[in-house]
Design a protein around this ligand. Sequence first.
Ligand code: URA
Length: 230
Amino acid sequence: MKDSLKLAKYLAGLGYGSRKEVAIAIRDGRVTGESESLRFDGEPIDPPHGLVIVMNKPAGYTCSHADQGPLVYDLLAPRYLKRDPKFSSVGRLDAETTGVLLLTDDGALLHKLISPRSNLPKTYEAALARPLEGHEAALFASGTLVLRGEDKPCLPAHLEAMGTRTARLTLTEGRYHQVRRMFAAAGNHVEALHRSRFGPLGIEGLNAGEWRSLTSAELASLKTPAQGQG
Ligand code: URA
């Protein structure tokens, strides 16, 4: 009895229904196998908590649970939306920004990754309204650029021109609208923004809106970044 209560609580936390619904499913024999090989209606049980997902965020979706309108969480599998604890995004991308977004239900890992001490490099590709003038790389690398409304300068960032109006910018911090505000401070305007890397992770093979869970090797590389990577 005690074990089936524990099992009902566990499966309810993974979004399989309320504790009562899951208890009925267990009683009806819909849950089979044991710990590692547990199945619900014959299908393997979803991964346990501590999951990290990488998504290719499409434009038009927001990252805050409190927002109205399409949320990045709406793109997850329906059962994942019912998990407790919930998934949260690791930092935020603006509604119109696309590309690598991590989501996790591991609160401790989330805090570690968004902490200013994490220093994980994040790479963005920006399409600009005006041609680069040539002074931007030195300005962004200087460690002296102070954004409007702030007093602490941005940490040195690496800019690489890709074309006359396209650039790749790598940051190790994540201030509000940072890329857009850095280019604004340099007299330009970001028209489109895409994050191509988050630490060791990219989104190769994922179309806009698609996601997958990280492999254990990817998870390990994120938790203990290699030297020089952050
Ligand atoms: N910088 C921005 O300006 N927007 C983002 O979404 C991410 C970084």
